[in-house]
Design a protein around this ligand. Structure first.
Ligand SMILES: NC(=O)c1ccc[n+]([C@@H]2O[C@H](COP(=O)([O-])OP(=O)(O)OC[C@H]3O[C@@H](n4cnc5c(N)ncnc54)[C@H](OP(=O)(O)O)[C@@H]3O)[C@@H](O)[C@H]2O)c1
Length: 301
C-alpha cells in the first residue's frame, strides 16, 4: 500500500483550506513508529496549526495531515527503536506533517506508550495532548492537599482532566466554565463559576487554559498572596503576569503514568463525542468554536 486517506490542509489559513487528502503512507524515521491509526484526538492545536499560528515551533510544508495524537497498532518501527514491535497496541503524539487524521501516522517512540488493555482506544487517543498537559501542570504546581487551584477553562479537554487530578490530590478546585458545565464540575468536586464572576477567597495557584482577557479578569479581584500561575493557552499573557507556560514533558513514561490512572479508574479523559473520520471538518469546527465539553475523538476506519 503506497497511498492513504488523510484529512488536513493544503494552504495555511481558514477552514476553507481543509480537505481529505490522498497522501503517501509516511516512512518512520529513526526513533519513530509507523502507527496504523484507530482513533485520533481533536485539539485546539489542530486549527492553530492550520491557521499558521504554530509555524515557529512547528514549521510544516503543506499538504499537512492534521492530528497531534493517536492510538492504534504499530505497523513498522524505524531504526534504533527499542521496546516496540509491529502489532503492539500503542498511543502517542505525532510528528511533522504526518499527523494522526490519517490511516497511518508517524509517532516518536520517545512520546509513545503501550496501551493498557483496560484503556479504550478512544480514551488512549486523547491522553497525549489534553490529559498529559493537565498532569504536567499539576506536577509543575506541586500543590499540597488543602491548597486552592483556580482553573480557567475548566470544562474543556485539559480542564476536566486537571480538575479530576487536583481533586484526587486533595486540592480545593474552583473552575471557571460556562453554566452548562457547572453540574459536571460540581459532580467532580469543584466549585464552578461563570466567566466574569468575581473569584473570592484565597487562591494558591492558577491553571489558565483560555488566556487573554479571561486570564486577566479572573485575577483582577484576588486578594492575599499572588498565586502561582501557569498557562497552556497564552505564553505571553502569563509571562506578563509573572507566570510560566505549562512545562510539557513529552515522554513515554509520562504517557504510561497517565494511562495507568485511566486504567485504575482514577482519571476519565471525558470523551464526550466520538465521530467517524468523515466528520473531521465538523469535529474541528466544534473545537475551533472554543466551547467544547471534554474531548472529541475521530475513529479512523
Ligand atoms: N502547550 C501544550 O502542550 C498544550 C496542550 C494542550 C492544550 N493547550 C492549549 O490549552 C488551551 C486549552 O486546551 P483544551 O484542549 O482544554 O481546549 P478545549 O477543549 O477547547 O477547552 C477550552 C475550554 O475553555 C472554555 N472557555 C472558552 N472561553 C472561556 C472564557 N472566557 N472563560 C472561561 N472558559 C472559557 C471553553 O468552554 P466554555 O466557554 O463553554 O466553558 C472550553 O471548555 C488551548 O489554548 C490549547 O491550545 C496547550
Amino acid at each position: 500500500m503506497t497511498g492513504m486517506k488523510a484529512y488536513g490542509f493544503t494552504r495555511y489559513g481558514g477552514p476553507e483550506h481543509e480537505s481529505y487528502l490522498d497522501l503517501p503512507v509516511p516512512e518512520p524515521g529513526p526513533g519513530e513508529l509507523l502507527v496504523r491509526v484507530a482513533a485520533a484526538g481533536v485539539n485546539p492545536a489542530d486549527w492553530k496549526v492550520r491557521a499558521g499560528l504554530r509555524r515557529t515551533d512547528l514549521p510544516l510544508e503543506p499538504p499537512v495531515a492534521l492530528g497531534r495524537e493517536v492510538a492504534g497498532t504499530v505497523e513498522r518501527v524505524g531504526g534504533g527503536v527499542e521496546g516496540f514491535a509491529p502489532g503492539d497496541e500503542v498511543f502517542g503524539g505525532t510528528v511533522g506533517s504526518a499527523g494522526g487524521w490519517a490511516e497511518f501516522a508517524r509517532v516518536p517512540a520517545s512520546f509513545a506508550a503501550l496501551r493498557p488493555s483496560e484503556v479504550a482506544v478512544t480514551d488512549a487517543a486523547v491522553l497525549p495532548v489534553a490529559a498529559a498537559t493537565a498532569y504536567d501542570a499539576l506536577v509543575q504546581l506541586a500543590l499540597p492537599p488543602g491548597a486552592t487551584l483556580l482553573v480557567i477553562g475548566a470544562g474543556g479537554g485539559v480542564g476536566l482532566a486537571a480538575v479530576q487530578l487536583a481533586v484526587a490530590g486533595g486540592v480545593e478546585v474552583v473552575g471557571i466554565a460556562s453554566r452548562g458545565k457547572h453540574d459536571l464540575l460540581a459532580a467532580m468536586g469543584a466549585t464552578a463559576l461563570a466567566p466574569g464572576s468575581e473569584v473570592r477567597g484565597t487562591v494558591d495557584a492558577v491553571l489558565d487554559l483560555v488566556g487573554g482577557e479571561a486570564l486577566r479578569s479572573a485575577l483582577s479581584g484576588l486578594g492575599g498572596n499572588p498565586p502561582v500561575i501557569v498557562s497552556a493557552a497564552d505564553h505571553a499573557g502569563v509571562a506578563a503576569l509573572g507566570g510560566q507556560p505549562v512545562a510539557r514533558v513529552r515522554s513515554g513514561e509520562r504517557l504510561a503514568a497517565v494511562a495507568r490512572l485511566v486504567a485504575e479508574g482514577a482519571l476519565d479523559p471525558r470523551v464526550t463525542d466520538v465521530r467517524p473520520f468523515d466528520e473531521a471538518a465538523s469535529a474541528l469546527a466544534v473545537v475551533e468554536g472554543g466551547h467544547a465539553l471534554g474531548k472529541i475523538v475521530l475513529r479512523i476506519p
